[in-house]
Write a protein that binds this ligand. Structure first.
Ligand SMILES: Nc1ncnc2c1ncn2[C@@H]1O[C@H](COP(=O)(O)OP(=O)(O)O)[C@@H](O)[C@H]1O
Ligand SMILES: [Mg+2]
Length: 345
């Protein structure tokens, strides 16, 4: 039996309804492995307002999922440890909470959907059972009432014939429909923040667009903060308000989405823009950036991007690591030569 119903959210120490739903400040995460210390997150900061969509963008292996896992409190630990920083939900530093309180925030306030719905859903229970369980466990609702809510949720995410499908198992759903089920589960308890980690990467292009449209719609209706994690710049253009570009565990550029597209101020962002996959070349990742991101056990000195950068100069190969320069009132870039990069269109 769960005691969750009895843990009151307003009992959170320092809860301030005027504070932002999510603020990450100078977050550090490392993995202590046999191959050394992987510095997966190295001082990441960003915030998220109600109703805002922020994309976290970057190639694979840049620390995006680890950032999300740290926010959710689901880091694989050991070997992963948060070694510094703050993660605030409405003013409350989640890193200072006891596990029971943390779990309560995770279920009710900050929810997450994953790339792979099939492994995130339980194969041995119907989707209706899995949805209904959330209401029974966290809201103390009756069996009948929670089943009715499950059907409503499937309707909400536009699964046709929800009344019938609620009795089916995850494997009976197509990839796109399964992703809708996962969205339904994430939204069940009305979270204020939704973290979507590569939510459409496993889907084909048409279905991708449908899922993104659905997510954007639900987010607007509910005024949620949406943290959209992706390696695909093509996905974020229509839905994101702000973008934080990550490289080697750091945010290297942050800006409103339109500014990023019009005048990227970091060579890495510029490279990502040039490699937006084209529909006619499906399957071939057309990369304009040479080489691969570094192993996070072995991050280059100075700017981590310097070995791949076409603007590289001596200063970039030496410490200190470039910090974020303010490019405009709400824009920043961690490139010593951002002015040249921005002017070079
Ligand atoms: N469970 C783990 N054990 C050890 N190292 C990990 C683990 N998860 C992540 N890492 C380290 O963190 C790095 C970043 O991973 P991740 O955040 O998943 O990247 P992405 O940006 O593709 O989401 C990995 O390349 C690896 O070095
Ligand atoms: Mg990832």
């Amino acid at each position: 039996m769960s005691t969750d119903v009895n843990v009151k959210l307003d009992a959170l120490p320092g809860l301030d309804s005027d504070a932002l739903p999510l603020e990450v400040k100078d977050l550090h995460v490392e993995f202590r492995t046999r191959n050394g210390i992987a510095r997966a997150v190295n001082g990441v900061s960003f915030s998220l307002r109600a109703g805002e969509t922020r994309a976290i963008l970057g190639e694979s292996g840049c620390g995006k999922s680890v950032t999300a896992q740290a926010i959710m409190g689901i880091l694989d630990s050991p070997p992963g440890f948060v070694t510094g920083g703050e993660i605030r939900y409405r003013g409350v530093d989640l890193l200072k909470l006891r596990e029971a309180q943390r779990r309560k925030v995770r279920a009710n306030r900050i929810a997450m959907i994953f790339q792979d719905a099939l492994s995130a859903l339980n194969p041995v229970f119907t989707v209706g059972f899995q949805l209904a369980e959330l209401f029974r466990k966290h809201r103390g609702m009756s069996r009948a009432a929670s089943k009715a809510r499950a059907v409503e949720l499937l309707d909400l995410v536009k699964i046709p014939a929800a009344k019938q499908r609620v009795n089916e198992y995850p494997h009976q759903f197509s990839g796109g429909m399964r992703q809708r089920v996962m969205i339904a589960m994430a939204l069940a308890l009305d979270p204020e923040v939704l973290i979507a980690d590569e939510p459409t990467t496993a889907l084909d292009v048409t279905v991708q667009a449908q899922i993104m449209t659905l997510l954007a719609e639900l987010q607007r209706e509910r005024n949620m903060g949406l943290l959209l994690i992706t390696h695909d710049m093509g996905v974020v253009a229509d839905v994101a308000d702000h973008i934080s570009v990550m490289y080697a565990g750091r945010v290297i550029e942050e800006a409103p989405v339109r500014d990023i597209y019009e005048s990227p101020s970091h060579p890495y962002t510029k490279g990502l823009l040039e490699s937006i996959p084209r529909l006619d070349l499906k399957g071939q990742e057309l990369s304009a950036i040479k080489g691969l991101p570094p192993l996070l056990t072995d991050i280059p000195k100075g700017c981590a991007f310097n070995p791949r950068c076409r603007y590289v100069q001596d200063a970039c190969r030496q410490d200190p690591v470039p910090t974020l320069y303010q490019v405009a009132p709400v824009r920043s870039s961690a490139c010593h030569f951002w002015k040249e990069v921005k002017a070079d269109v």
